[in-house]
Design a protein around this ligand. Sequence first.
Ligand code: ZN
Length: 137
Amino acid sequence: MASFDVSRLDHVGIAVKSIEEASRLYVDVLGLAVHDVEVVPEQKVKVAFIPVGDSEVELLESTAPDGAVAKFIEAKGEGIQHIALRVTDIEEAMKKCKEAGLRLIDETPRKGAGGARIAFVHPKSTNGVLLELCERR
Ligand code: ZN
């Protein structure tokens, strides 16, 4: 059993070609609101957060052709790119995942949108889901 605390589904990351176009569904049709839009240069993405209850939809638009989101869309088209679980201690979570033999993409936590500290677990270790561990203060 993992001893680190996973508190909730933090967000679902959706790769889109255009945040402006994609957000219409959530705002105009579903009545949600874009809480924040932020560029994360380290990840070559622009991110829009749309809170839904305790979780969020995270729309991801690439800012560079060689970014992970651009490559994802090129290979698979728009769609769910990752899911993120909120953890209380990311170092501990990464350590446990590593000990369990999971393949981590990040060796150390990186800076995510909204001031989060994040790390990705490779889909080959997680039934095909790119899993983000996400610690927020
Ligand atoms: Zn994310």
